[in-house]
Write a protein that binds this ligand. Structure first.
Ligand code: UD1
Length: 420
């Protein structure tokens, strides 16, 4: 099991190239299950979750050809299995996004109940309810969700009672090959959902309302091959900006999409950062100043992303003043708090709200990753701590960040990976 050893105290300066978005890449790869032909997906991030998804597709009979430019060619003409087995799904909860495509293409699917990040209960009831509206019958046996639509999927109206990102993606993918029209209301508007929708359109799907909370899909009999380039990862981008702001440095992010980062950039400006955006870059400069504490409440897009919450806890821990951070999307997504407290942070956690009193500097300590974004916040805390911080179980961070220690080192951080 790998760990990171971080010696804090370096200001970060330089340039970071942002990778493709994990949360867009995963459903897009799953969508290729629906295409009986060759497709090419570009700008894939090199991440464990992406490898897991490619393995999953391979087990289902998809031909997968990766090249070293971050592109992959897939051909699902000879789909041979509709089973997503436990050994792969348990490492990646997002495997659930194969459910919609398998039902659409093969009219049946068996997906192990998901594992992945240990943040709250994370049920899939909304996915199931919505797919039932399109004519799928489900049973849950032996730890598997088994769905069948013997007569194929039939277009229908789905109103999500709660916004769900992968739930919206599953129904969107299923609707694309359903007979007739489908309407999805209270759909997630996250850029990753829109990227999936744009990819499906490139493969021949008919979708209106992309980017809004109402998606209208006119089912088509078949999809065909095409090319799609995955959008930049706004969460990776945001994580690096927070790292630089916390260390009072300056940087330029390249290959990013500032239009997807509005809420994050606003909070960084509130924290005192000078921010300048171009078509595909962001410059941030703290001019050597200590950040100011900010108040944050997570929300669905375009609100402040829950996937950036933990990183701002690390920022507030060393900021000037008091900041309040409230998690509204997931229960139990505050597991980084006790770890950061062990580094000296002054945090009063009351329910889903963390009240922070900023201190000048944290103290290095051995800490434990619990989930993907929590691990990122521990790395950031290590960068602004006195002495040595050891972050254990970095396999969590490898699920979502491409070579984070190399990118941080290029900015001047003192961080190394140690294989145990
Ligand atoms: C996706 C992202 C994740 C991000 C999250 C919220 C991927 C692969 N992951 O996760 O990084 O943190 O969106 O932006 O894209 N819920 C139910 N029943 C369901 C489904 C969800 O109650 O059937 C609840 C969840 O427990 C949670 C809320 O709805 O409280 C939102 O979850 P959801 O948007 O579904 O998150 P994911 O799609 O799993």
């Amino acid at each position: 099991m790998d760990r990171f050893i971080i010696r804090g105290g370096q200001q970060l300066f330089g340039e970071v190239r942002v990778s493709g978005a994990k949360n867009a890449a995963l459903p897009i790869l799953a969508a290729t299950l629906m295409v009986p032909g060759k497709v090419r997906i570009e700008n894939l991030p090199h991440l464990n979750d992406v490898t897991t998804m490619l393995q999953l597709l391979g087990r289902m009979g998809v031909d997968v050809l990766l090249d070293d430019t971050g592109s992959v060619e897939l051909d699902a003409t000879r789909l041979s299995s509709v089973v997503a087995p436990y050994d792969l799904v348990r490492t990646m909860r997002a495997s659930i996004v194969v459910l919609g495509p398998l039902l659409a293409r093969a009219h049946e699917a068996e997906v192990s109940l998901p594992g992945g990040c240990a943040i709250g209960a994370r049920p899939v009831n909304l996915h199931i309810d919505a797919l039932e509206r399109l004519g799928v019958e489900f049973e849950v046996t032996d730890g598997y969700i088994k769905g069948r639509a013997p007569d194929g999927l039939i277009g229908g109206k789905v109103i999500f009672e709660k916004v769900t990102v992968t739930g919206t993606e599953n129904i969107l993918m299923a609707s694309v090959l359903a007979r007739g029209e489908s309407i999805i209301e209270n759909a997630a508007c996250e850029p990753e959902v829109s990227d999936l929708a744009n990819c499906l359109v490139a493969f021949g799907a008919k979708i209106d309302g992309i980017g809004t909370d109402t998606l209208r899909i006119e089912g088509v009999p078949e999809l065909s091959g095409g090319v799609h380039r995955v959008i930049p990862d706004r969460i990776e981008a945001g994580t690096f900006l927070v790292a630089v702001a916390a260390t009072r440095g300056s940087c330029t992010l390249t290959h990013c999409e500032p239009r997807h980062m509005g809420a994050i950039l606003l909070k960084l400006q509130e924290a005192g950062a000078l921010v300048e955006c171009g078509e595909d870059f962001v410059r941030l400069d703290m001019e050597g100043r200590r950040p100011r504490a900010v108040n944050i409440s997570t929300a669905e897009y375009p609100g402040f992303a829950t996937d950036m919450q933990a990183q701002f806890v690390a920022l507030n821990a060393i900021a000037e003043g008091n900041g309040r951070i409230t998690e509204t999307i997931f229960e139990n997504r505050m597991m980084h708090i006790p770890e950061i407290q062990r580094m000296g942070a002054l945090i009063d956690l009351q329910g889903a709200t963390a009240y922070l009193t900023g201190i000048e500097v944290l103290q290095g300590a051995p800490v434990m990753s619990t989930d993907l974004r929590a691990s990122a916040s521990l790395v950031l805390a290590g960068l602004v701590a006195d002495g040595e911080t050891i972050v254990d179980r970095v396999y969590h961070i490898d699920r979502g960040y491409e070579r984070i220690e190399e990118k941080l080192r290029r900015l001047g951080a003192n961080i190394e990976r140690v294989r145990m």
